[in-house]
Each structure stands twice: as C-alpha cells, then as structure tokens.
Ligand binder design. Structure first.
Ligand code: SR1
Length: 341
C-alpha cells in the first residue's frame, strides 16, 4: 500500500510537472501542452487497448495534450481524422495501422504543413516518416521455432492470416520461408478476419476449417485475437488435446487462457503493447524536438511459453514486465529529457 501510494504520488508529480513543461527539455516540451494526435485504424482488442494506454501514459509524462482518434476499420474516416488533426494544429501525428494507399497523400499533406508524422504498423513508404514496428519477422520466427521444437519439422497446419496489414504481411513472409525450408510442414487450411469481434468470427471460420481438415495438429495464429478464436473453436469441437496453437501478442487475459489447465495455446511471441504505444509517443516527441530518429524504430519481441508462464506463476502483464526487463521496457526512441521511459 505504501509503495502504491508513493508510486502514485511520483506519477502525479511527473504529470503535473510535465503539464507546466519539463525542466531541461528542448522546446516546445519545456513549456508543456504540446498537441499530438494518435489516429488509429483499429481500436478493439487487447493489443490495441493496451497500446493506447501506454501511449496515454507516456503522453501524460511528457505533458503532451494527446488527441485520440479511434479506429473503426474505416479507411475514409481515418483520412478525415488526419485532416482534422492537421486543422487542430497538432505538432505530430502518430498513424496507427491503416491501408497505405488511403493514407500516403494525407500523411504527406501533414508533413507539408510542418507536422511530424510517425507510422506504427503501416508502411507509408516515405523516408520522412519513421516507422515503429515489433520486428514481426523475429516475432513469427520465435513462435514458429517453438512450434518446430515441440512438433518436429513435419506437421499439418492451420494458419490465420489477413493480407494487407503490415505486421501480418511481415509475419507471413516468415511463415512462407519456414514452409519452404521445411517441406514437411504443410498448410492445410487458411482462415482470417479483422473486425470488432475478431476472436468470435475467427472461431466460426476455424470450426469449419478443422472439421474439413482433421489432420491438422498445429495452428499458427500470429495475432492474439485470432489465437483466442482458434482456441474457442478447439474447445467447442472437443479438440483441445489434439492441436497446439502458436501465436503473436500477449495480454493479461491471454496469459489466463494460455496457462489454464489443458489449454492448447502453448506459446506466443510478443512485445508489451503498452511499451509499443509509449515508444510511438516518444518517437513523436523526439521528432517534434527536432532530434534525430532512425527510420525503423524496432521494439523487440520475446518468446513466452505456456511452461515458462506456469512455472513462473505469471498471471499479468505487470508481473511479466517485472520478471523480464526486456519485455517491460524498450530502449527504442529514448532521450535523457523524456520522463516515464
Ligand atoms: C490486424 S493487425 C494485428 C496486429 O497488429 C499489431 O501489430 C499486433 O501485434 C497485432 O497482432
């Protein structure tokens, strides 16, 4: 209780100090109240909620007035939101996911207006727009190496993938490489959906795929919403002891599903999404301060296995962050004047 109180006091001190400006920070952060927009394509799901919470916490620590534009998988709405952010006079815009073709010109319009733009998980193919990503090739590789370790180099697989989303496309490149290097790994069924209820929609698709392909023993679902859907399908079909799920992403709710008795969800490779949200805001702040940023800002993922989570009695993302410092913090987009990193 004492620790909690002192943490809260130090956080509120940081927040109020930052609202007045941060002593020693470069302009405009020495004055506070810098307007930044976070414009999203997707907001539903554990990853996106935690990402937003991390972005908000880092913005508070920096005294940033963060304007949030929620994502409803609507490309023209996301374009309009970027126009709105430009008109609001923000200093930076973080564009989180989206369809590149509908965003490139409006992102350029923001740059032309002197606004800094940071992209997370959407490739706007613009050398002036730094790109935050989770090293998706490594993320997929970690999960698939674990699948091979536990199942050998020959198995029939189900796969969840939706083309057109940069992180899923990059993870797919690794899946293609792994299949090419291991001809015994055969993709028997492919499913995929992105909507506000991805897990439930995926479960319906997975049930049909699993009924049609009883030979499947491994499911690669490199997005936690999809993995949750596959798990739901396995439970309903009574197949939880026959098929193993390997995924991407993690949340406190995912940890409960992975570690519950007889769970088929045996491993995931993930970053802490709150850290990715914080990194995106730090990148925006560094750009606004006129300081150098690499074009590719990478948050490295960690492999998390069911056995490791059970043995460590890990129940929450907070416990995971405390246990694995590389998961709880990222050295990406840091600067000595930025608090709360
Ligand atoms: C539809 S794209 C879903 C992915 O976006 C983020 O990169 C998360 O890791 C999630 O897997």
């Amino acid at each position: 209780m004492k620790i909690l109180l002192s943490t809260l006091l130090s956080l509120s001190f940081t927040a109020s100090a930052a609202a007045e400006g941060i002593a020693g920070a470069p302009p405009p952060f020495d004055k506070g109240g810098v307007k930044v927009a976070l414009v999203r394509y997707l907001s539903a799901g554990d990853f996106f909620e935690a990402y937003e919470a991390g972005a908000q916490a880092q913005a508070r620590a920096l005294g940033i007035d963060l304007r949030l534009f929620p994502g409803r998988q609507n490309a023209s709405e996301q374009r309009s939101q970027i126009e709105e952010a430009i008109n609001l006079g923000v200093k930076a815009i973080v564009i989180d996911h989206g369809l590149p073709e509908s965003l490139k010109d409006v992102a350029q319009k923001a740059l032309d207006a002197g606004i800094k733009v940071i992209a997370f998980d959407v490739d706007l193919n613009n050398s002036k727009i730094p790109q935050v990503e989770q090293n998706d090739h490594a993320l997929a590789r970690l999960a698939l190496d674990q699948a091979i370790k536990e199942n050998g180099t020959a198995f029939k697989a189900g796969y969840a993938y939706v083309a057109g989303f940069a992180p899923l496309d990059r993870r797919n490149e690794t899946w293609v490489q792994v299949k090419a290097a291991n001809p015994g790994i055969v993709e028997k069924a492919r499913i995929g959906v992105v909507n506000d209820t991805t897990a439930i929609s995926t479960a319906d698709q997975a049930k049909a795929a699993l009924r049609a392909h009883p030979e499947i023993t491994v499911f690669f679902a490199p997005w936690d919403e999809a993995a949750r859907g596959v798990k739901l399908a396995l439970g309903e079909l009574g197949l939880s002891d026959k098929i193993k799920i390997y995924s991407g992403d993690v949340s406190t709710a995912d940890i409960a599903e992975i570690t519950e008795p007889d769970s088929p969800w045996v491993a995931t490779a993930a970053t802490n999404p709150a850290v990715v949200g914080a990194v995106s805001i730090r990148a925006a702040a560094i750009a606004v301060a006129g300081q150098a940023l690499p074009h590719d800002i990478i948050v490295q993922p960690t492999l998390l296995t069911q056995a490791q989570l059970r043995q460590g009695k890990i129940r929450t993302i907070a416990q995971l962050s405390a246990k694995l410092p590389a998961f709880g913090h990222s050295p990406a987009a840091t600067a000595s004047w930025i608090p709360g990193q």
